[in-house]
Design a protein. Structure first.
Length: 303
């Protein structure tokens, strides 16, 4: 029996990094394709568990147990994602540009809600800080200090001039990390600054894994500093699907420290005396966070 981390899946063949450092190609047993489970149907009003057929194939990031040349089963996952299709992620580097494109607090909040739903640690990375003047940089840092007070790590980088890159390297050490965030924020530029020649290295390793050069829609892991960097297609669509209106407020962790006198209050606009309203009005909760909450709540109601 052998154990190893699944690095890549292509055409039903898994590339697995074994504990001795070697990489082997194996398939998974047929029993791992689908299984029947009793699960709650979220669309049902009764919320009763029903027997459901679910996909059960191993994912990139799983620790597979190999017997007789095949993946017999995989160890319990601490989390899993669908877009990208990967398991056991420790953290997601959320890369946002300080400018070009303009920074979006709503988009940041939307990413945070989705990531917290998956039980994954977010790390906020602000790129292109060289595009801001001193006043703009001070204002952005002041607002983002609110997120640091919530417990989120925030890093500031200028990839072209190698500023803040060592901080990013330390965050990657020993972790399974996926990069995501704002389109045009310079994720590729950042990772190539952190790991010089990363794109060339991934091409070389991809060929060794049998992926070829143009299979960019696949998810793969690459060893780095005792951890792994996920080369993924990223989030193909980001919204509030899968999040109910009743759980949304709990995913805004800064709301949790304030009580509301109204039972089952949804904290939306127009409710006088709501505890969250009062916290916003007294500047204890960042107003843009509350605006993000209301926008997401309305999107959930539309669904």
């Amino acid at each position: 029996m052998q154990k190893g981390r699944i690095l890549n899946l292509c055409g039903g063949v898994y590339k697995v990094l074994l504990e001795d450092g070697s990489i082997i190609s194996v398939k998974a047993r047929g029993k791992l394709r689908y299984e029947k489970k009793y699960m709650v149907n979220e669309k049902s009003l009764s919320k009763k568990e029903v027997l459901t057929t679910v996909k059960n194939t191993p994912k990139v990031g799983d620790v597979g147990v190999i017997e007789n040349g095949m993946i017999d089963h995989y160890l319990e996952r601490k989390n899993e994602m669908v877009r990208p299709d990967i398991a056991n992620v420790d953290q997601i580097l959320l890369v946002f540009a300080a400018k070009e494109p303009d920074f979006s607090f709503y988009l940041l909040d939307l990413f945070l809600v989705n990531i917290l739903k998956q039980n994954i640690t977010p790390v906020i990375v602000i790129s292109k800080i060289d595009k801001l003047n001193d006043n703009e940089f001070f204002e952005l840092k002041s607002k983002l200090s609110y997120y640091e007070n919530m417990g989120y790590k925030v890093l500031y980088v200028d990839s072209k001039h190698n500023k803040g890159i060592d901080d990013v390297r330390e965050v990657l050490r020993g972790k399974i990390t996926v990069l995501s965030g704002q389109t045009g924020a310079g994720k590729s530029t950042l990772i190539n600054a952190v790991v010089p020649g990363f794109s060339l290295k991934t091409q070389e390793i991809s060929q060794a894994l049998g992926r070829g050069k143009h299979t960019t829609r696949e998810t793969s892991l690459y060893p780095y500093l005792g951890g792994f960097i996920g080369d993924t297609p990223g989030f193909s669509k980001l919204d509030v699907l899968g999040i109910s209106k009743d759980e949304l407020a709990s995913l805004f962790i800064d709301f949790n420290g304030y009580t509301c006198k109204f039972r089952d209050c949804n904290h939306t606009e127009g409710i006088k005396g709501c505890g969250i309203h009062l916290a916003v009005d007294s500047n204890k909760i960042l107003r843009s966070r509350y605006e993000s909450y209301n926008k997401m709540y309305k999107e959930i109601l539309k669904k």
